[in-house]
Design a protein around this ligand. Sequence first.
Ligand SMILES: *[C@@H]1O[C@H](CO)[C@@H](O)[C@H](O)[C@H]1NC(C)=O
Ligand SMILES: *[C@@H]1O[C@H](CO)[C@@H](O)[C@H](O)[C@H]1NC(C)=O
Ligand SMILES: *[C@@H]1O[C@H](CO)[C@@H](O)[C@H](O)[C@H]1NC(C)=O
Ligand SMILES: *[C@@H]1O[C@H](CO)[C@@H](O)[C@H](O)[C@H]1NC(C)=O
Ligand SMILES: *[C@@H]1O[C@H](CO)[C@@H](O)[C@H](O)[C@H]1NC(C)=O
Ligand SMILES: *[C@@H]1O[C@H](CO)[C@@H](O)[C@H](O)[C@H]1NC(C)=O
Ligand SMILES: *[C@@H]1O[C@H](CO)[C@@H](O)[C@H](O)[C@H]1NC(C)=O
Ligand SMILES: *[C@@H]1O[C@H](CO)[C@@H](O)[C@H](O)[C@H]1NC(C)=O
Length: 514
Amino acid sequence: MAQTLNGKIALLILFTSAVVLAGWYYDGSRLLRADLRPVVIHDVATHHTQTARTIKTSNLTKLSYSNGTSKPATMSPPTEKDSRQTCQERTKIVFIKTHKTGGTSFVQILHRFGYLRNLSFVIPTKRGPGTMNGLYPKGLKKSSNYLPPQDGAFDILAYHTIYDRKAITNLFNNPENVTFVTLLREPLSQFRSSFNYYHLARQFNIVSETPIATFLQSPAKYNPRLRLPSLTKSPMALDLGFPPTAIISSTALSLRNQSEKYSPTIRDFARKISDEFDLVMLTEFFDESLVLFKRMMCWQLKDILYYKTNGYIYAQKEEVVSEKLRQSHKRWDVVDYPLYEKLNNTLRDKINELGSDFLSEVVHFKTVNAKMHQYCIGNASSSLGTNDYLIIEKSAWNDVFVITPSFCTLAKLGIRCYMTLLRDRNLRVTNSSHTQFPTNNAYEPLTRIDNDKRYGEGFYTERYCQICEDIKRDCTLNEYLTHLFHEKLIYPFDTSFYVSVHGGRGPVEKTLEE
Ligand SMILES: *[C@@H]1O[C@H](CO)[C@@H](O)[C@H](O)[C@H]1NC(C)=O
Ligand SMILES: *[C@@H]1O[C@H](CO)[C@@H](O)[C@H](O)[C@H]1NC(C)=O
Ligand SMILES: *[C@@H]1O[C@H](CO)[C@@H](O)[C@H](O)[C@H]1NC(C)=O
Ligand SMILES: *[C@@H]1O[C@H](CO)[C@@H](O)[C@H](O)[C@H]1NC(C)=O
Ligand SMILES: *[C@@H]1O[C@H](CO)[C@@H](O)[C@H](O)[C@H]1NC(C)=O
Ligand SMILES: *[C@@H]1O[C@H](CO)[C@@H](O)[C@H](O)[C@H]1NC(C)=O
Ligand SMILES: *[C@@H]1O[C@H](CO)[C@@H](O)[C@H](O)[C@H]1NC(C)=O
Ligand SMILES: *[C@@H]1O[C@H](CO)[C@@H](O)[C@H](O)[C@H]1NC(C)=O
C-alpha cells in the first residue's frame, strides 16, 4: 500500500505558490495517511480571472486532460445556458422513491442538481444507520423528523417516504409549482431484486435450488404478514399510498378469485397515480424517462448524466420463471401489476406523441452518457489524450458544455455522501453561532492550519464541517475536498484524482447491473 501511495504522491501535480505548496504537502501527506487516497490539485486560479467564452469545437469527443506539465486548459468552461431556451428551469421536486426499483440512480441526479444549485432538501433528522429511511413510512407528519429548510423553503424531497400528498404539499410554500415524480419497475423483476436484497430465501427459510419458484408456488405460506416496506405484497403500491389493509384484503381476494379482472379499487388507484404524478418513470425505460424529465423540467442534458448505482448481480435474477408461476405472482402482487401496466401505457403514449425527435434525443443522451463514463474512468494509460476537459459539442438538444474531473467526482458521489454533505451544509447555514466561512475576500492559507492547534485535524474541524465524523465515514477524502472547493471553503484550488483514479465510490460499470 505504502508503495502505491508513494507512487501516487509522485503524481501530485502542483503549480501554485510556494507558500501554499508547503501547506499542501504538510496537509496532503497527513490526509493521505489518514485516508490512503491520492489527491491531485491543480490551480484553477486562472479560470477565475478569465471571462467565460464559448468553446468552438467540431468533434464531439475532443478530450482534454491536464497532465500537469502544461498550463491548465486554456479555455474556461463556457456559459452553459442554452440560448434557444425559452422555458425556465424548474427546481421544486418531489420524488417518491419506491423500494428496489433503481431509484438511487435518480436520487443521485437530484442530489447533484440540488447540491450544485444550493437547493434545500428535506433531510431526515435521524443520522447514521437508518437515516435513509428516516422519513419512512410517514415521517413527514412530524416536523421533528426532518431538518428545517436551509433557506426558509424546501425545494427537493428525494428520500423514502410513503406518498401522502397532503403531508408533502404542506412542506412547500408553493405546492402548485412542485413537480411530482416516481419510478416503477416491472413487478417480477422488482420482486427478484427484493428477493436478493432482503435475503428472502433466508428470511423465509427456503432451501431450494430455485428459491423464486419455491416461493411463488405458495407465497402466502412464506410471507403471510405485511410489513413496511412490503417485501413481496404489492410493495410499489404500498409506497405510493395504497393502504396496507387494502393490500391485505386485495391479495386475499385475488388468491380466492381466479378471475383475470382487477377490482375497481385497484384500477382506480392506478388511474389516480397516473393523474396525480407529473411523470411516472419506468426502470425498463430509464433513459427515456430521464429525457422526458429533462424536457418537462427544462433542465440541461448535463443535469441528467448519471451512473447506475446500487446495481447487483445475483442468481435469482437469472432464475427462469414458468408462465404458471408468473401468473401466480400476478395474483399475489395484485396491485402492482395493473399499476405497472397502466403507467407503462401512459409512458408509451407520451413517447409516441413526441415522435422521432424524442427518440433521437434519447440516442444522443445515451451516447453522451457513455462518453462521460469513458472520460470519468480516467484511464491514463489509454490513448485518450492529455488535456483537461471533455467537451460535449452543441446539438439539437444541448448547447456545448464541458465535463471536468470535478464533475466526474460529483457524478459518482454516493447517495450517503451526498446526504451527509447536504446535511452538513444545512447545519452550517442554519447554525447562527457558526462563523460563516469564507469571509469577504480571502481563503485561509493552508499553512495557517498547520500553525493553529485548533486545526490539528486538518480539514475535519468545525471550520470546515459541522458533522466531520459523518463525513469521514460516508465520503472519501477526494469527495470531501471536492466539496470544500465547491463551497469555496478552500480557495482558489480545484481538486481531482489523477486521471487514472478519478474519485468517488461509483460502481464499476459493466460489472454491475440492477
Ligand atoms: C475532428 O478533429 C480532427 C482533428 O482535430 C479534424 O481533422 C476533423 O475534421 C474533425 N471532425 C469533424 C467532424 O469536424
Ligand atoms: C504532458 O503534456 C505535454 C504536452 O501535451 C507533453 O509534452 C508531455 O510529454 C506530457 N507529460 C506527461 C508526463 O505525460
Ligand atoms: C446557500 O444557501 C444559503 C441559504 O440560503 C446561503 O446562506 C448560502 O450563502 C448559500 N451558499 C452559496 C454558495 O450560494
Ligand atoms: C410557479 O411557476 C410558474 C411557471 O411554471 C411561475 O410563473 C411562477 O412564478 C412560479 N411561482 C413561484 C412562486 O415560484
Ligand atoms: C371475482 O371475479 C369476478 C368475475 O370476473 C369479478 O366480477 C369479481 O369482481 C371478482 N371479485 C372480486 C371481489 O374482485
Ligand atoms: C410495456 O410497454 C411496452 C411497450 O411500450 C411493451 O413492449 C411491454 O410489453 C409492456 N410491459 C408490460 C409488462 O406491460
Ligand atoms: C486502460 O487502458 C488500457 C490500455 O488501453 C487497457 O488495457 C485497460 O483495460 C484500461 N483500463 C480500464 C479500467 O479501462
Ligand atoms: C454551531 O457551530 C458551532 C461552531 O461550528 C458548533 O460548535 C456548534 O456545536 C454548532 N451548534 C449546533 C447546534 O450544531
